[in-house]
Design a protein around this ligand. Sequence first.
Ligand SMILES: Cc1cc2nc3c(=O)[nH]c(=O)nc-3n(C[C@H](O)[C@H](O)[C@H](O)COP(=O)(O)O)c2cc1C
Length: 337
Amino acid sequence: MANLTTEYMGLKLKNPIIVGASSLTANLQTIREIENSGASALVAKSLFEEQIQLERYQDELVRESVNERHAEMITVFPEMKDIGPNEHLYWLKKTKEIVKIPVIGSLNAVTKEIWFDYAQRMAETGIDGLELNFYSVPKDFSISGASIEEEQIQILKELTSKLTIPISVKLSSNYTNPLHVIKEMSKTGIAGLVIFNRFFQPDINIDTLQHSFPFNLSRPQDNRTTLRYTGLLSQEINTNICSSGGIFNASDVIKMILAGADAVQIVSVLYRHGISHINKILSDLEAWMDKKGFDSISDFQASMNRKNSKDPWAYTRAQYAKLLMKPHLLKKDPQDI
Ligand SMILES: Cc1cc2nc3c(=O)[nH]c(=O)nc-3n(C[C@H](O)[C@H](O)[C@H](O)COP(=O)(O)O)c2cc1C
């Protein structure tokens, strides 16, 4: 029987399947189900700066000043429970008591003060690691990408020097050069990188002429950007990589590991097929490893990243140009039909 153990953020995991931050990890019953279905770890639902600010300042004026972002966040993660930071910290402690698998906290802050204060408070709840969620939707035309990146790297440097628990960063793929910024981040002492987050995008209802915010879960085809960057990054950085976004079945997990992932995070598939789907992914992964004669994850991990692949151009622009010039090489994907 294949050995599925892996290591992520310095944590020894019994397999590579982690359940990502979502409402599924903010509910007593579902976190029990997550553990019983075989997940190796879970990331608790994020604590957002807006929750903290709202509790801190009850007066109406301050409410107004944070309302815009608060409203944005509620639409970004529609099922976000509007609880305060103290309840959130209590919830983290409770989660640690309820499950035996590692629990990773998740913080989504904006201001430096909140990053430092709450990262520390969350660490004190006994969680096994902390995932930092850099969420920056550009809306200010005057701020350069470089200055946002520099600020994020500074926050990481300070947090890794202050906290004693392992820290990971969950990133957007929307950097001009994700390879550069991720490499710089990996030098700050972080223990894990989650590539990539998926943000809810607004829509417009043309009948009511109102904005709408669909509960848009990932689709299987969505994992290809993640696969590309996993394959490009894993040859170059020493920080553990957790691939995420549109991972639906064992084949997706296997591809990510072949490209160099240490673990994966899943969310949408569990909303679509139920939490017990974790069992199926694990048994299919094990069956594939047995069939291929792989005894452990390390037997095939990163064997198809850019450096180790027989086709090192697969992840690059050269491949893109080749395929567009020779479209007969493009294969139809049954999922696209
Ligand atoms: C309902 C829902 C709630 C989510 N809440 C959070 C959250 O609180 N914090 C966070 O970092 N990501 C959150 N996410 C994003 C997921 O953790 C994950 O990064 C994203 O959905 C991509 O993985 P997937 O394709 O497997 O869904 C949420 C996603 C969904 C669908």
